[in-house]
Design a protein around this ligand. Structure first.
Ligand SMILES: [Cu+2]
Length: 532
């Protein structure tokens, strides 16, 4: 890789407003205050958090604690990586041409954003979406930087860390790039990310050992927007109207029938297309390298509703990073990624043309790209299913944090259970019996070791994501394997409990939620809330 190839300085942020100087909406502040009053009442009758919290206050995105975090992580003289993104309706060529909403480059996914740990990333976001979206709501937008431990006021969650950016305006995000690795960005407004509002974000390691010759960035997606007039807002409305389908997948699972690695139900939406780097299987992206080269394949699942099982025909995969953080290398045939998950794979390339396949887990169909190391070789047929897809599948038990990133053993100061449930009739998804608009934030304090236990009482898996932190996977049956992988998104299978732990070192208000876009929009989100 030649760093000078990277796209830079394409932005003009001078006219933008600085998000950091904007007050959070009154609505957001009031939501916090109401929550605290509720906590006080609960504590008084013995059912709530420790009484000490009842008199404390939330650490908001504009608090001095957040400014202190930002100052502590800034490096003086650090280069500024400038980008401009413009959300707007565009026609995009996926191999078929569809109308969608993009970040302004006429492509899906959006442009690659890239810098080195310690650099400042500055992104001017101009919202040129139609003033009113198809569901009748104002087309505000925001950008969330998935997996990045950055200052809370730049996290991009409407009404939690910032007001939505109204159509016709520009706002600027700026923050220090944290831990190196494979990340991505996407709209965090409603179900906008099931359009084209996603993109890859790579943070390079200033001490990168560079044990690879080629790099392939692989963005996986499921696609329905613009097909036969479909929109994500319309899909969500249909789901609410129909209620949760009791399809043969979940029935089969309950009756011991065919299941997938995510349980019997692979998702709520049947997508007409699955994409690698914005291309349908008949018009695939082609990655080129030379035989014998080592390729670092950065796989990002940017799908709204689909888990993908990924394999490269004729090759084994050595997993080197999970959700940006290094793991002890594990060699398998295939990996499964829930929405939001990333794996970095090291592959020694053979001579020929090979299908890089992402099968939609628990669904029908999939995406593919080609890896070509021989100019003359004939491409494999579009429907070819590599044997590796049925081979040894990576599991979380295979993942051990690299010693450099092990979360040291420590007894948790605080444990929160997040019980995941559904209202089958209304297509409503909840955490602790509440939808997001009814949420009771989960209080924590800076400096604590926090344990979250995701208790899935539904018949469907949920890829649970925490903003602003990279937790460690812990075995639920004990105090925890000491070297569980560091991740920010974890698949919690039907009827399963998964425990994770993190150090509360990034003050603010942080969303935690199911990363299936339609579960998220139907309520399965809450806030981990730092208290002063
Ligand atoms: Cu979910």
């Amino acid at each position: 890789m030649n760093p000078s190839d990277r796209q830079q300085s394409n932005g003009d942020p001078s006219h933008g407003r600085d998000l950091g100087s904007r007050p959070v909406s009154r609505r957001g502040v009031l939501a916090g205050a109401g929550t605290l009053a509720g906590l006080g009442a609960l504590a008084a009758c013995g059912a709530g958090p420790p009484a000490a919290l009842a008199s404390s206050s939330s650490v908001g995105p504009n608090s001095p604690q957040v400014a202190r975090f930002a100052a502590a992580h800034a490096r003086s003289g650090a280069p500024v990586r400038d980008y401009a993104l413009t959300t707007r309706p565009e026609q995009v060529d996926l191999g078929i041409t569809v109308p969608t909403w993009t970040y302004g480059t006429g492509t899906v996914p959006g442009p690659l954003l890239r810098g080195t740990t310690g650099d400042q990333l500055r992104v001017a976001l101009t919202n040129q979406l139609p003033t009113v979206s198809p569901d009748g709501a104002p087309s505000g937008t925001s950008v969330h930087w998935h997996g990045l431990a950055i200052r809370n006021d730049m996290d991009g969650v409407p009404d939690v860390t910032q007001p939505a950016i109204p159509a016709g305006t520009t706002a600027t995000y700026q923050f220090t790039l944290p831990h190196p690795g494979t990340y991505w960005y996407h709209s965090h407004d409603g179900v906008q990310r099931d359009r084209g509002l996603t993109g890859p974000l790579i943070i390079d390691d200033p001490a990168e050992p560079g044990h690879y010759d080629a790099e392939f960035i692989v963005v996986l997606d499921d696609w329905i927007d613009g097909i036969g007039g479909a929109t994500p807002a319309g899909v969500l409305a249909d789901l609410h109207r129909a209620g949760m389908r009791m399809d043969m997948g979940s029935m089969g699972s309950m009756m011991g029938g065919p299941t997938s690695a995510v349980g019997g139900d692979g998702g709520d939406v049947d997508y007409p297309y699955y994409l690698v780097n914005g291309r349908i299987p008949d018009a695939p992206t082609v990655f080129t390298a030379r035989p014998g080269q080592r390729a670092r394949i950065r796989v990002i699942n940017a799908a709204a509703d689909t888990a993908f099982r990924v394999a490269l025909g004729g090759h084994r995969l050595t997993v080197t990073h999970a959700d940006a953080y290094p793991v002890t290398p594990a060699t398998v045939d295939t990996v499964l990624l829930g929405s939001g998950e990333r794996y970095d794979l090291l592959v020694y390339l053979c001579d020929g043309v090979f299908p890089l396949v992402a099968a939609a887990e628990g669904k029908t169909g999939g995406a593919r790209a080609l890896v070509r190391t021989s100019p003359a070789a004939a491409a494999p047929p579009a429907g070819l299913v590599p044997a590796e897809l049925g081979g040894r599948l990576l599991g979380y038990a295979d993942l051990h944090a690299d010693p450099s990133v092990v979360l040291p053993g420590r007894a948790p100061d605080r444990t929160h259970q997040l019980v995941l449930t559904a209202d089958m009739g209304r297509y409503v998804w909840m955490i602790n019996g509440r939808t997001f608009d009814q949420r009771q934030p989960l209080p924590i304090r800076e400096g604590e070791r926090v344990r979250l236990e995701f208790v899935n009482q539904t018949m469907m898996y949920h890829p649970m994501h925490l903003h602003g932190h990279t937790f460690a996977l812990r075995d639920p049956s004990s105090s925890g394997r000491p070297d569980g992988a560091r991740k920010d998104t974890v698949n919690v299978l039907p009827r399963q409990t998964v425990a994770v732990e993190f150090d509360a070192d990034n003050p603010g208000q942080w969303l935690t939620h199911c990363h299936l876009a339609y579960h998220e929009a139907a309520g399965m989100m809450t806030v981990v809330s730092y208290q002063a």
